[in-house]
Ligand binder design. Structure first.
Ligand code: S3P
Length: 441
């Protein structure tokens, strides 16, 4: 349990946040399937990405952290085994708390010649897996939920011959899309995944950088699609993982809310399919400037944040459209805290996906923000926050969810009195140095 007090001085300074979690997972998976070795810098050594490394090692991929960093930067080297070089794992593949490891790996495993079983921790075994089982089984895979509940453990029968698919995702989900695309690498014929809005496209960008024939498209079915023509080999290369915008979001929020603050967050990924939080905050009057923008493989920039008071439109209501939600899905908890401080009513539409994250984040946000004195509730599938009520300390229950712990640690900075967080160690999932970085500011 951690006790936090409000801060009575500005936050000043600059920092690097750890590498992007989504890109780190993909860097290990795609490098493992490539021919030759890949050098990854900026890799996030959080528990989730270490689960991905452990699973691929279990399938015979040699992955080392260089004891002598290359050019002073710690580097992970993955000795790729090629698309057909994975070995049968010697036991169940354990994915810990990581939905990305579980779902993306299901795509890869469904095309292997060997049988496998995947499972994870008490959160993973509750999360829905039909969303990957259904499309993968329609491609010719054989995946079943061992308990018949549509959740982990998943048993995957090997030796299946997959065919390409034209799949329409009801919700924008990068994990589902990526599982299908990774399976599509092994399929006969093209694979197309349509989505109601673009989910993060790191899989498409990285596969293309490794040599795959893949692109994003706008289609007659809807606004977004990924199109893969299989058959191209993947070749190892160097990968530079930018800082995670989802981690940066906590310091962006802190910088905006704590008076007279100025924080520079360096080298953050600003891929438009991830940077919805910046667009939304910009519309709410946040003083955020992008510096040193660079578009090498993934777009990145330094983010300069200065304290700002946030507001709605002239009618004082601020509404986030369905289309933007996937581009800021992991930032909704911290955005809800910002909305609670804003001089307006905020409506966050279409929040159903938040119920099936590492915890039920809709309940967690409402429970904890209300405990701090905010006026927030759910109505017709939207989260409504009537901003402007002062926050006070509370006993936060984070349900072992890293994003809830970091969100309410930041909220405590501006809450009167003491805030406690019940299991602050869960930040290790995506940001092991979070509390040190917060102290450094
Ligand atoms: C992720 C996609 C998102 C996100 C998760 C990471 C990824 O999940 O919430 O933290 O790396 O592909 P969904 O695809 O379920 O929306």
């Amino acid at each position: 349990m951690l006790s936090l007090s409000p801060i009575n001085r500005p936050l000043k300074g600059d920092l690097f946040v750890p590498g992007d979690k989504s890109i780190s997972h993909r860097s290990v998976m795609i490098s493992s399937l490539a021919q030759g070795s890949s050098q990854i810098t900026g890799f996030l050594e959080g528990a989730d990405c270490l689960s991905t490394i452990a699973c691929f090692r279990q399938m015979g991929v040699q992955i080392e952290k260089s004891s002598r960093p290359v050019n002073g930067v710690p580097t992970i080297t993955v000795h790729g085994v090629g698309l057909h070089g994975l070995r049968e794992p010697y036991g169940t593949l354990y994915t810990g708390n990581s939905g990305t490891t579980t779902r993306l790996m299901a795509g890869i495993l469904s095309a292997q010649p060997f049988n496998s079983t995947i499972t994870g921790d008490s959160s993973i075994v509750k999360r829905p897996m039909e969303r990957v089982m259904k499309p993968l089984n329609s491609m010719g895979a054989s995946i079943e939920s061992v308990r018949g509940t549509g959740t982990c453990p998943l048993r995957i029968e090997g030796g299946k011959s997959l065919h390409g698919i034209n799949w329409r995702n009801e919700v924008a989900s990068a994990q589902t899309k990526s599982a299908i695309l990774l399976a599509g690498l092994y399929a006969h014929g093209d694979t197309v995944v349509h989505e109601p809005a673009f989910s993060r496209n790191h899989t498409e960008i990285m596969l293309r950088a490794f040599g795959a024939d893949i692109h994003n498209d706008v289609t007659r079915y809807g606004p977004a699609a990924a199109v893969l023509h299989p058959g191209m080999p993947l070749f190892g290369r160097s990968i530079n993982v930018p800082g995670d915008i989802s981690s940066a979001a906590y310091f962006i929020a802190a910088g905006l809310m704590v008076p007279d603050s100025e924080i520079l967050i360096r080298n953050v990924g600003i891929n438009p399919t991830r940077a919805g939080i910046l667009a939304v905050l910009n519309q709410m009057g946040a003083n955020i400037t992008l510096l040193n923008e660079n578009n090498e493989v993934e777009p990145k920039a330094d983010i300069l944040v200065k304290s700002s008071s946030l507001h709605g439109a002239p009618n004082k209501t601020f509404e986030i459209s369905d289309k933007l939600i996937p581009t800021m899905i992991d930032e909704i908890p911290i955005f809800a805290v910002l909305a609670a401080t804003a001089d307006c009513k905020t409506i966050i539409n279409n929040i159903s996906e938040l119920r099936v994250k590492e915890s039920d984040r809709v309940s967690g946000i409402i429970e904890n923000l209300s405990a701090m004195g905010a006026d927030c509730y759910e109505e017709n599938g939207a989260l409504i926050i009537n901003g402007g009520k002062p926050l006070h300390g509370a006993n936060i229950k984070c349900y072992d969810d890293h994003r809830m712990a970091m969100t309410f640690a930041i909220a405590s900075l501006i809450a009167e009195g003491t805030t406690t967080i019940d299991n602050e160690e869960c930040v290790n999932i995506s940001y092991p140095t979070f509390f040190n970085d917060l102290r450094s500011l």
